[in-house]
Design a protein around this ligand. Sequence first.
Ligand SMILES: C[S@@+](CC[C@H](N)C(=O)[O-])C[C@H]1O[C@@H](n2cnc3c(N)ncnc32)[C@H](O)[C@@H]1O
Length: 219
Amino acid sequence: MTDTMPSDLLDHARRADGFMPEDEGALLHRIARERLPLGPALEVGTYCGKSAIYLGAAARAVGGTVFTVDHHRGSEENQAGWEHHDPTVVDPELGLMDTLGRFRRNIARAGLEEQVVAIVGQSTTVAAHWRTPLSLLFIDGGHGEQPARDDYAGWAHWVDADGYLAIHDVFPDPADGGRPPYELIYLPALASGAFTEVEAVGSLRVLRRTSGAAGDPLL
Ligand SMILES: C[S@@+](CC[C@H](N)C(=O)[O-])C[C@H]1O[C@@H](n2cnc3c(N)ncnc32)[C@H](O)[C@@H]1O
């Protein structure tokens, strides 16, 4: 059995707006195929569903469910005046970003509504009520200091034994990009002693939980 993205869904992933290069998406898809038979995956940072299509395609292939959390109001860097702003995803009445509609359309077009479940809300609020072990956690939410700190504190301990913690936009060299995912998610995960790095493509790092189990606090 191949573990690569099926070509029909790769086309959908390519067409979706977002921030997931194809080689990194392929890695995400492969690790999701490995883990999804063992329990659900959760993504923090849906945006318009680009990475969720790579994850959902894995669920279509091997079974399983992908939860994806976002308030759909955009990160700091998505707001007007910032580098990653797209004015076509601003709600004209509210004057606020709203990526939920575009996400729903992308997932419906890809035929992944059974596999990909949207959770609309603040990551911290959802995490505070979350109790389910995760076979795979993909953190790609807010890239500022507080959101990165919150996503690590709220979610990383839900990764099950042998499960994966995948982190996007990890840049050890400051010349390549922002620091919070590297300093406040990746480094603390390694320093906790609970995770070991197993793979990396581009800015996507994949760590495996090599000690403890879901729900155990991380040091
Ligand atoms: C980098 S984008 C995600 C990109 C997406 N994974 C892709 O493949 O295109 C980050 C997303 O995180 C969301 N986000 C930022 N801070 C959040 C928070 N505190 N709670 C929920 N979502 C948040 C933003 O709304 C934005 O859609």
